[in-house]
Design a protein around this ligand. Structure first.
Ligand SMILES: Nc1ncnc2c1ncn2[C@@H]1O[C@H](COP(=O)(O)OP(=O)(O)OP(=O)(O)O)[C@@H](O)[C@H]1O
Ligand SMILES: [Mg+2]
Length: 352
């Protein structure tokens, strides 16, 4: 275990970190999600050593570091806003931390060459930070954090100041770099794309408490309570198990019957979940293999940059589905119209 946090509590006056426990294995990529003000940044900064915990412990590689000053922890941190030294060029910025422990100029140059090649910034070494684009500056910040080969890389919304294309690009580079360096990462984000494309573990934080931890697919498709379901946008329906049919479980909700590949006892009251992206929307009844097809009215469309949320009213059932803005146009979807919502039995999970 590279990081073991046990019952960590911190008191910052109006805000408290409340009994957080977390275990992280070597090379895990952990994303931390939760509403604004829930304590994600405070958790990272407590791990980094900027806040003194009231109780609990933080162990890195089995060693209790709870009382150690930040610079003794072997932890690097990358922030959303660029924190490069403006008077130093890029080479000096990246070399800064390395120089504290490495005297040989040859080794320093070698290490900087390695990380800047991975992150595609080796052509920028002579430049000053202000002459770089936001994406380039953030790659430098990540290079500076990684070059010292930290035991733990902490990142607090590292991509949120960048546009969508640049984020995608940076995700690929970060994935490559942390793999190459075998780094363990804790990454705070509001962008679920980060969770799915980078992480093997996700922690949901609410009011300074850790609410659910697990693999991303597990947390998103089997949220442990209504708060998590709502936060990650998962649809949760109440139902009763009717019977088994051809290896599928039939679940009755007040107005519908659905099929799931999950198992449960007959007559058991259950909650079932369906992810918005697993719902296929169509104007006509599709000839598809999806076992669950229902008729709905399109109540509302909430447009985002890359995605649009559809709010559906389906005979007393409300569902959220997600599509691309271009498919709204190509299907000619308008609020108030009738649509069909289809989803596979394998995507309808019994969550409790
Ligand atoms: N130094 C501090 N002293 C007291 N309270 C603080 C301090 N820093 C932050 N807080 C408060 O603690 C709460 C949690 O803050 P934190 O920055 O960890 O939230 P967050 O989950 O990172 O939110 P966001 O997603 O907006 O970044 C907030 O209510 C904030 O106002
Ligand atoms: Mg924050």
């Amino acid at each position: 275990m590279i990081l073991e946090i046990e019952n960590l509590s911190a008191d910052l006056g109006e805000f408290k970190l409340n009994d957080v426990s977390l275990k992280v294995s070597k090379s895990d990529y952990v994303t931390i999600i939760g509403p604004t003000g829930s304590g994600k940044s405070i958790l990272l900064e407590t791990i980094a050593g900027f806040y003194k915990p009231l109780k609990g412990s933080i162990k890195i590689e089995g060693k209790d570091i709870t009382q150690l000053p930040p610079e003794m922890r072997g932890v690097s941190i990358v922030y959303q806003d660029l924190a490069l030294f403006p008077h130093m060029n890029i080479f000096e910025n990246i070399a800064y931390g390395l120089k504290k422990r490495e005297n040989s100029n040859g080794v320093i140059e070698e290490e900087i060459k390695r990380i800047t090649e991975i992150l595609g910034i080796s052509h920028l070494l002579h430049r000053k930070p202000t002459t770089l684009s936001g994406g380039e500056q953030q790659r430098v910040a990540i290079a500076r954090a990684l070059v010292v080969q930290p035991k733990l890389l902490l990142m607090d919304e590292p991509f949120s100041a960048l546009d969508v294309k640049m984020r995608e690009n940076l995700r690929k580079l970060v994935r490559k770099a942390v793999k190459e360096y075998n780094t363990t990462v804790l990454h705070v984000t509001h962008d679920f794309d980060d969770v799915f494309s980078l992480a093997n573990k996700v922690v949901v934080i609410k009011d300074g408490k850790s609410i659910q931890t697990g693999r991303p697919e597990e947390v998103f498709s089997r949220p442990s309570n209504d708060f998590v379901a709502d936060f990650v946008g998962t649809n949760i329906l109440d139902g009763i198990v009717a019977r088994e049919e051809n290896g599928l479980t039939l679940i009755r909700t007040s107005e519908h019957v659905f099929y799931s590949t999950d198992r449960a006892e007959r007559d058991e009251k259950v909650k079932v979940s369906i992810r918005p992206e697993d719902i296929i929307i169509s104007n006509t009844l599709l000839a598809s293999s999806a076992k669950n097809v229902i008729h709905c009215k399109l109540e509302d469309v909430i447009r985002g940059v890359n995605l649009a949320w559809l709010i559906l009213s389906c005979d007393g059932l409300r569902l959220k589905a997600v599509v691309t803005p271009s498919s709204i146009a190509s299907m000619g979807l308008v609020v108030g119209q009738d649509v069909f919502a289809s989803f596979k039995a394998v995507n309808l999970k019994i969550v409790g």
